[in-house]
Design a protein around this ligand. Structure first.
Ligand SMILES: Cc1cc2nc3c(=O)[nH]c(=O)nc-3n(C[C@H](O)[C@H](O)[C@H](O)COP(=O)(O)OP(=O)(O)OC[C@H]3O[C@@H](n4cnc5c(N)ncnc54)[C@H](O)[C@@H]3O)c2cc1C
Length: 425
């Protein structure tokens, strides 16, 4: 390490680490960002080939730079997003060292700050920001044994349909990843079964405005927690093909067989919950509620937005929805692979401080952890719904930089005080 004493160490140079660097620089706070691989690595190597951003280029970006090669309404490809963050880091001259993994962080005994062990040596940091991402460790439920005789991969390892063996595919999970992957595999000519759990399903756009805009003006990106009584559910949106509303009836019309939540496996047969109709109905209800709120907002504010009655028409229920499969004999159905689009967990094994609850979840408020000097950034719902997304993390980083600046102010006051001689009695 060229400078073993760091004021603020930021771990991870995805969008969160870069946003943090920008706000620390704005406040004149010295810092270093360590990234184990490359800038925005997860956009480069943990996402499928055809992925584009879920939000349009005007929305899924930081305030200080646009996507030069895209019009406002276009959706950046995953590589364009990664290149964007690399360019952003260069623009703000972020002090990033790539190829350095942080292996352990421990609080120093009897001295402020942390002892940090990295793949390139030891360093000491006064403050630490964990910006290692909301989606670190792929989660595959232990339902189908490894020796079941078929390929099982997580969505983060899915790249394209050619990667899968010939045959039908079961995609488990119908958030943004699952629906896009299922549609792509189906378009490649395979038979696809899509296991659909609870989800929200906003319209891609309504009355000429993208859903990102509606969630913004309706205050939903800023919601501090899921609405009372509602659990957080995955959101099914897609920027693929120029951006289309996720419509499960349309997916079924195209040939995908919808099934309920996958709940077990026995003797080559996968079982499904009988919740498909309920999940689709709840998704439909979330869709209609957003249209209602959008209409009310437009009326209240006198917005001259074109009416869109067609947005409320519903396709007929497909057979797979009226009489859902309860189970699927995988070999009889020709299923040779399962793609688990079942989400991620965090992994803070390297951060050996008192900042976690019994389940290993960060104990934090708006990113300020229970361990003084340790901060988290980019967590889902860290301060608001938008916290783990591109635009939201930038605002959370600003809050953390302010917090660090305030704490440094207290420390500077203490040090100044210590210099003043005690008054003589
Ligand atoms: C499939 C998918 C699509 C998404 N699409 C969108 C979208 O369209 N719009 C949107 O706003 N959000 C989207 N998101 C959500 C979110 O924006 C991304 O997950 C984003 O990558 C999170 O950025 P981050 O910087 O918080 O974390 P990451 O991008 O995960 O970055 C963390 C970095 O930390 C590094 N790191 C981890 N551990 C260490 C260590 N010990 N030492 C050093 N470095 C370390 C990693 O290598 C990584 O580069 C998507 C998420 C997924 C999974």
């Amino acid at each position: 390490m060229s400078n073993p004493d760091v004021e603020v160490l930021v771990v991870g140079a995805g969008q969160a680490g870069i946003a943090m660097s920008e706000h620390l620089t704005d406040r004149g706070i010295p810092h270093l960002v360590l990234e184990q691989q490359r800038i925005a690595e997860r956009w480069r190597s943990m996402r499928w080939d055809s992925l584009v951003a879920n939000g349009p280029a005007w929305h899924d970006r930081f305030p200080g730079l646009g996507f030069a090669e895209l019009s406002a309404g276009e959706f950046a490809s995953k590589d364009q997003v990664a290149d964007y963050f690399a360019a952003y880091a260069e623009q703000i001259k972020a002090p990033i060292q790539c190829g350095v993994a942080v292996r352990s962080v421990r609080r120093k005994a009897g001295a402020p700050g942390f002892q940090v062990s990295t793949s390139s040596g030891e360093l000491s940091a006064r403050y630490l920001v964990a910006a290692t991402g909301p989606f670190q460790r792929p989660v595959i439920p232990q339902l189908v044994p490894d020796d079941a005789g078929l390929l099982q991969i997580h969505s983060s390892d899915y790249r394209n349909p050619q990667q899968l063996p010939e045959g039908a595919v079961l995609v488990v999970g119908a958030g943004s990843s699952g629906v896009q992957i299922a549609a792509e595999i189906q378009r490649s000519g395979r038979q696809v079964f899509l296991s659909v759990g609870p989800h929200d399903r906003p319209p891609r756009s309504y009355r000429g405005r993208d859903f990102c805009w509606w969630l913004g003006v309706l205050g939903k990106w800023d919601a501090a927690a899921p609405e009372a009584g509602a659990e957080h559910v995955t959101i099914a949106v897609s920027g693929a093909d120029g951006g289309q509303t996720v419509d499960f009836r349309k997916l079924a019309e195209d040939g995908i067989t919808l099934v309920g939540r996958t709940n077990g496996f026995h003797a080559g047969v996968v079982g499904f919950d009988s919740d498909l109709q309920r999940n689709i109905a709840a998704g439909d209800a979330s869709y209609s509620a957003l249209l209602d709120e959008a209409d009310a907002y437009a009326a209240r504010n006198g917005l001259d937005l074109p009416e869109e009655p067609g947005a409320r028409s519903v396709r007929p229920d497909p057979d797979c929805l009226t009489a859902p499969l309860q189970e699927l004999d995988l070999s009889a159905a020709g299923v040779t692979s399962i793609v688990w689009a079942t989400g991620f967990a965090v992994d803070y094994g390297w951060l050996q401080v008192d900042a976690f609850d019994a389940q290993g979840r960060p104990r934090q408020q708006r990113g300020v952890s229970s361990e003084p000097g340790v901060y988290f950034l980019g967590l889902p719902w860290q301060s608001r719904r938008g916290s783990s997304f591109i635009w939201g993390v930038w605002h959370d980083a600003k809050y953390l930089a302010d917090h660090i600046a305030i704490q440094r102010g207290y420390l500077a006051h203490h040090e100044l005080d210590a210099l003043v001689p005690e008054p003589a009695n």
